[in-house]
Write a protein that binds this ligand. Structure first.
Ligand SMILES: Nc1ncnc2c1ncn2[C@@H]1O[C@H](COP(=O)(O)OP(=O)(O)OP(=O)(O)O)[C@@H](O)[C@H]1O
Length: 477
């Protein structure tokens, strides 16, 4: 697809921030909507829509943000475009703190940061022609493009694949997909650096969705745009995102580059979301066809669950998940996760093995195959880490320090089991399309301690808890 140049006739391919540099940085971002009651409108509580987000968006990349309805995605989008005032935290754009800029201070920034909205039916004024709608940003910013507004609007119409001759038509004369193209043309009018698209295709027919997603993709290539694309499931962001943030109840639970996330999701919630997405690859179809049903609705953001917010619906939840909030930690390069008992990685709280009753109920909705796979993967990862550590010990002469650390002592006492698990892991890797994850896992082992498997695995830590309790958990499910 060829995109005509801007008013000066040249093709725009670069932006101020070099590709890969941080364009947007969000730290500790919160938005609590107050709940007021009574005559005096006293605040009696708050909806904790966004409750402490930390992430960066690099120039030229697409960050996909996914999560169930009500998890705070749209609020996050409105905060980073400064359509909402944050309760706490900071938003930096190109290194400049824009968190509390007023209307005047924000005006120049409005050119650089644009938003595309979900519903192309309600986001376009039905009384205005599309020429007026797409030309509005120029008037608001007091900018006159070279050749005049009309010429520039017609150029933008052709950029988004619409007939420039339709300049004088009204929104109702266009289909949903065409209206979303109009919304995109309006967002591009001022040549922005960052475009936040809030569910850009979810109101469209499935057949039209791909066209609009492809258009966004083409525009990014041609114009060097940076996107934050918000969606409620992974299928939309899968093909366009470089990195994906998974949100749950106002928090990011996993943030990873796309390939790592799809190859080996680490948060159980990510795994559940992924199991809901049809997988076209026939090689993976049989392995992943089991869907994970989540128990109940998302809890209320007015009083979110303690500890890990997902613990009330998670099949791996133990006491630590109820009491202690897991931090969003980079467990693998480029993959951050907030979980005490992650998938595809060694357990972060191996001593905590007794499942909560909530978890046992949640596990009833998780197919046996998924639970088995989860336990096997965790055991395999633990065994691999252990094998790596064992092979390194004599070479590096660091045996004493490593051995004194704890959990690995118990793991090392079970060489047969570990070898069997490692062999299983190897054969799994050969047979599976997920094989590329292997190098990651072994890289990790350099600095990671061997540990027991996931909360549902049989591997036991050194907590002194009877092994039977760990074994029993597996049967409980
Ligand atoms: N202006 C507001 N006042 C009070 N509560 C709000 C407001 N806007 C959003 N909320 C609440 O904040 C929470 C997060 O809403 P948000 O729209 O950001 O979620 P979302 O993940 O985008 O969901 P959806 O996909 O349904 O739009 C919800 O519980 C919502 O009811």
């Amino acid at each position: 697809m060829t995109i005509p140049g801007q008013s000066d006739g040249s093709v725009v391919t670069t932006k101020d921030a070099a590709p890969g540099e941080t364009l947007l940085k969000v730290t500790g971002l919160q938005k609590h909507f107050p709940i007021r009651k009574g005559l005096l409108q006293r605040q009696v509580g708050a909806v904790r829509a966004v409750d402490g987000l930390d992430f960066e968006v690099k120039a030229g990349e697409t960050l996909g943000v996914v999560g169930e309805s009500g998890c705070g995605k749209s609020t996050m989008g409105r905060l980073i475009t400064r359509l909402l005032e944050p309760t706490a935290g900071t938003v930096e754009f190109e290194g400049k703190d824009i968190t509390h800029l007023g209307v005047g201070g924000m005006r120049p920034l409005r050119r650089d940061v644009q938003m595309i909205f979900q519903d192309p039916y309600s986001s376009l004024n039905p009384r205005h022609t599309i020429g007026t709608i797409i030309g509005a940003p120029f008037k608001l910013q007091g900018v006159t493009p070279e050749g005049g507004i009309k010429k520039e609007v017609q150029r933008l119409l052709s950029v988004v694949g619409l007939n420039p001759e339709h300049y004088n038509r009204y929104p109702h004369e266009f289909s949903g997909g065409q209206r979303q193209r109009i919304g995109i043309a309006r967002a591009l009018a001022l040549n922005p650096k960052l475009v936040v698209a809030d569910e850009p295709v979810s109101a469209l027919d499935v057949s039209i969705q791909a066209q609009v997603v492809n258009l966004l993709d083409d525009l990014q290539q041609e114009l060097g745009l940076t996107y934050v694309i918000i969606a409620h499931d992974l299928s939309v962001v899968r093909h366009v995102s470089d990195r994906i943030a998974v949100m749950y109840l106002g928090k990011i639970v996993e943030l990873a580059d796309r390939d790592s996330l799809y190859r080996a999701p680490m948060h159980p919630y990510t795994k559940a979301l992924m199991s809901a997405v049809p997988i076209p690859d026939p090689k993976r179809k049989s392995a992943k066809s089991e869907r994970i049903l989540l128990r109940g609705d998302v809890p209320s953001p007015i009083s979110p669950p303690s500890g890990c917010r997902f613990h009330t619906r998670c099949w791996k939840a133990t006491e630590i998940c109820r009491t202690t909030e897991p931090l969003l930690l980079e467990l693998k390069p480029g993959q951050r996760v907030a979980c005490h008992h992650p998938e595809n990685f060694e357990d972060q709280a191996p001593q905590d093995t007794v499942l909560l009753s909530d978890a046992k109920e949640a596990a009833e909705l998780v197919p046996e195959e998924v639970l088995e796979e989860s336990a096997q993967t965790s055991a395999a990862v633990a065994a691999e880490v252990e094998a790596e550590a064992t092979s390194k010990q004599p070479a590096e002469g660091a045996t004493e320090e490593t051995a004194a650390d704890g959990p690995e002592g118990a793991a090392a006492a079970e060489p047969e089991e570990s070898t069997a698990a490692a062999a299983e892991a190897e054969s799994d890797a050969e047979a599976s399309a997920d094989a590329p994850e292997e190098p990651d896992a072994s890289e990790e082992s350099d600095e990671s301690e061997p540990a027991a498997g996931g909360g549902v695995s049989e591997a036991s830590g050194d907590s002194g808890k009877p092994e039977a309790s760990a074994g029993q958990e597996s049967t409980d499910k």
